[in-house]
Structures are given as structure tokens and as C-alpha cells.
Write a protein that binds this ligand. Sequence first.
Ligand SMILES: Nc1ncnc2c1ncn2[C@@H]1O[C@H](COP(=O)(O)OP(=O)(O)O)[C@@H](O)[C@H]1O
Ligand SMILES: [Mg+2]
Length: 637
Amino acid sequence: MTQPVVIPSREPGVFRSLARVLPYAKADLPRLGLGIVIAIISSGFALAIPLTLEALVDGPLQTGNIALIWGTAGLVALLGLMEALFVYLRRVTVLTPGTRIDAKLRAAIYNHVQDLPVSFHDSWQSGQLLSRAQTDVSLVRRWLSFGMVMLVSNVITIVLGVAILFTWSPLLAGVFLLSSLPMLIFGSRFRQRFSGLARITQDQWGDVATSVEESVHGIRILKSFGRGSDALARFTTRASRGRDLEVEKGSTLATLGFWLGWIPDFALASCLALGIWLASRGELTTGELFAFFATAAVLAGPIASIGYLLALTFEARSGLDRIFEVMDETNTIVDSGEVIPPAAGKGSLVFEVVHFRHADTEPGTRDLIDGITLDIRPGETMALVGVTGSGKTTVTALPGRLYDVTGGRILLDGVDIRDISLESLRTRIAMAFEDATLFSASVRDNVLFGRHDLMDPESPDAQAILTQAIDVAEAGFVYDLPEGVDTIIGEQGLSLSGGQRQRLALARAIAAGPEVLVLDDPLSALDVATEARVESALRKVLATTTALVVAHRPSTVMLADRVALLEDGKIGAVGTHAELLATSPSYRSVISSLADTDQSPREDREVTDSTVELEIIESSGLEDDARLIRRDDEVAQ
Ligand SMILES: Nc1ncnc2c1ncn2[C@@H]1O[C@H](COP(=O)(O)OP(=O)(O)O)[C@@H](O)[C@H]1O
Ligand SMILES: [Mg+2]
């Protein structure tokens, strides 16, 4: 079943699109040029064969000089050999430039994609990025080291050959050229249709890659919900549309091939009739007539190949367009021109009327973060509490500049974070997220991920940091793994449970030894007992480290010196847990909803503020601290 294909109208800019590869090809241009020259020389040998034939027919063949006939035949063989040799040389010459440019382009894309901000990745499908960095780059390589070289040298061969035809007989050559003109019409029709098709097809393969990527990533969910066949159906739909497009492309190319194969023969037939008539009137020697057709025969190959080479060119063009759509995306989160050198800070983190909205937010709606002001003192632990979707995760992304604020500013030790170099900022602020991503590497490398300063991850210093971080994060289970901290984990290694991964992600943030720790509910997957142990260990780290901790569980709230309530994009209330429980009705309601979602087993009963509080204290094993809070409260009253 073939779907109709809508071809978008395209601006004429093949050369401008293709020229964009030049910066990556600069160093290899001489070699590519040499490849073209060698290709032209090999065509020269091919074109010299008819010249020799003319000499043979008009010379020794007429006079019957046997020695000369052998000599000329030998020359034809030699010319053929030289042609083959130069074709070989051309292939060898253009081999390395293509692969080198390929590697440079791939590296540039990877580097750029790495560099682009989170907001870019929010809106781009990974399959589209993957296919651009893979398939499209390959298309460009194939074009550079074959399509481009052959297109240039074949066009030159055709021009040269037609010029030679004119020297045999201007009249015949003129007729040949005239009867070949319809090829231009079909060529331009082909260009219109094919270049649009090439683009749609490449986009389609990007969608197919996305399907594969998503289903591999979500394989567990697909299996557990028994939705594998739906995923397969979606994949098949996308893949068969890709197939239809390829068939469409193929048949468009075949149509052009038909005309390019047939029209030169038609031109040749017209010339044959005219040529024999001219020869019979003595206006053309037999040798010239013979050579004319031999030359025209040499040209048939290059002419017929033009269609295929144009197809390669259009594919490379849309490949480059697709690559540069990514490369043209600018990274807005960069070091400002003037970077203030990092002061030996204590880690005070201040939000000053901070606003944030996603670029794709509908106009007229309020900012997601609608002016929050928060002063986190050095060494203080601030918990951030709010209902789901209130923007807590978004707030945690701001200090490390995963997103830039759209209004107001964030100060680290009194300096606007945009005036600190990104490298230094991200060394001073470490993060751990609820969704703990680990890399396919050893436990050691994963935990020490943020320590660029450690030259040798196996040195005693590194070992001490590793051990301490694992201790605090209660991640001692790693010592029981088959190869201890050297066990490879992540996608290519041992799979860990959600709670284990969260503990390693937490260890990674702690090992970074930051001034400010930003934790987005990093303990959500832990059982209550482990969480309590992690928390009491964390307490020691947090005593000296400034921390912003998103809490989905009341027990995590207990960890904090103060709590900030995020509601309607603003900070609704700030204070100690006890203060807020006493003074803020919305805090009480958020906290009790958190308690409801807590996984600790409990009987149904009426939830009052004090039962909530009791529950929190029980579930977190923080009775002593709770007593302290109570005493503080009494003192305050
Ligand atoms: N790229 C995006 N564009 C527009 N809205 C987004 C984007 N990413 C997240 N959101 C929205 O931002 C809101 C806040 O999300 P989040 O910070 O994760 O909340 P929380 O962590 O408090 O549950 C959600 O309603 C979500 O739909
Ligand atoms: Mg969140």
C-alpha cells in the first residue's frame, strides 16, 4: 500500500547547502581535487581510444600496413590499461578524505549535541539526533568521496567528449546535442521531485530510529503491560512508510534512468543516419564516422550515471540540511564574556525574584516559576515542598544552569551564577535526581564522576573519597557485587535496583565535594529503614554543605533546617517544619498529602496534623530530632 507523498516546495540552494561542509573538508580539499584530476585523466584515456581507432581505420587499415595495425591495437590495449590504473588511483586517493571528513563531522555533531542545553533535548527526539549523526553523515561521506568526484569528472568528460565530437563533425555533433536536450527537462523534473523525497525519507528514518530507541528503552514496560505488539505495529507503520518512500525514490530515479539511457541512443541513431549519408557524400571519412560513434559510446556511461550521481547529491544535500539544523541550534547557556574568578565561598545560595518559563509555554499563562525569593544560608539545608507539578524539579535545575532563569537572578556566594564559569559553577554545585542515571562504567568511575581533579581514580585520596561517599549514601551493597567497586554497572553491565541506583547517584553527588548540594527527591525509591540510615549519615555531610532538597516524603523534610513551600510558582511560606505546621494551612495540607503517598504501611485513620507529624517521626526514626524541634517550639512560644 503506497501512501501519496506530498513534496514540500524547496528553495533552490543545492550548492549553498552543500558548501556548508567546506569548513570540515578544508584540509582534505587538495586530495579531493587530486581525485577529480585523476578521474579526468582516466576519462582522457578512455576518450583517446576512439582517436586511436580513427587513426587505425583511416591509416593502416586503408594501406594494409600490418606492423602499424599491431602497433595501434597494442596502443588501444595500453590506453585501456592506463584507464583502469587511473580508476584504481582515483579510488585510493579519495578514500581517506571521505572518512576523515566523516569523522570530523560526527565529532562536531556529538560535541555540539553535548553542549546544547537541556531545553534543546526536551524538544528533540533522540532518534532524529541519532539518525542525523549516523545516516546523514554517511550520506555526506559517500557523496564527497564518490558522488561529488564522479559528478565533477563525468560532467567534464561529457563536455570534453562533446567538444571532440564537434572536431569530427560539427553538424553531427550539433544534431547529437539537440536530440539530447530533452534530458535536461527530465533532469530538472527529477531534481524537483527527488530532492524533496530525499528529505522526507531521511526524516522518516529518523522517526523509525526513535521508535526503536523508545521501545528498547521501555522494554520492561512494554513487556509488563503486554503492549509489545502495539509497539511493533507503530514501528511497522513507520518503517513501511520509510519503505514506500524508498520505493518512490527508486522509481523516480528509475524514470530518469530510463530517459538518460534511451535519449542518447536516440540521438546516436539520428546521428547514424545523418553520418552514413555524410560519409557516402565523401564529407566524412569512414574513420571519422567510426571514431564519432566510438566517442559517443564512451560518453554513454557518464551520461547514464548522471542520474544516480544527482540522486547521491540530493541525498547529501538533505543530509547536510538535517545535520546543520542541529548545528545551527545555539547554546544559550554559555560563559558570559566576563567571568568572575571563583571566590573561596561558603556556599550561600540566594534566589532573587526568580522567574522561569519554558520557551514553548503558551503566551498568557503564568510563569512556571513565578518570582521565587529564597535565601539559603551557608551550611543550611533547605527542603522544598510542593504538590506534584508545582515546579520543584524545575527549581532544582536552575542553580546548576541546566535551564537559565527567565527573570530575576540566582546568587552563589553573592555572585550571579551567570558570571561564574560553567565549569566552576558545576564543580561547586552537585546534583542528584530522583531518576538516577548511571553510566556503563565501574561503580568507582560512576561515583567519582564529578571529580575531574582526581588524576588517578585508584589513588589513596580517591579511594578515601569513594569510601566516604559510599558510606554516607549507605551504598555498601557495592562491596558485595562480583568485583566490588570495579564491577561494571549501567546499561552494559549489572542492573541495579532503583534504590541502589539512587544511592549511587547520591554517592556521586557527595563525592563531588560541592559547596552546594541540590537533591531532587533522591531517596524516593529507598525503603524506610535504609532511608533513615542514609538521612542520619547525610546529616553529617549536610551540616557543612549548603543543600536544597526536594522532598516528596515527610521523613525527608525532617532532614532540613528550614522548609520552603512552593505553591502557584511562588514560595508560599518558609520556616522550620514545626513553624510551618503551626502557621501554614497549605503546608499542613501538602504535608498530609505527602504522608498519604508515603509507602510506609499504615492503617486508615483520620489524618490530623499531629497524627501526620507522629507518622513522620516514626517512619524516619528521628525521634531525638523531633524532641529537639518540640523543645525549640516551646522555647519559641
Ligand atoms: N519542556 C517543557 N515545556 C513545558 N512545560 C514543561 C516542560 N517540562 C516540564 N513542564 C511542566 O512543568 C511543570 C513542573 O514540572 P516539575 O518541575 O517536574 O514539577 P515537580 O517536580 O514539582 O513535580 C509540569 O506541569 C510539567 O508539565
Ligand atoms: Mg519532580
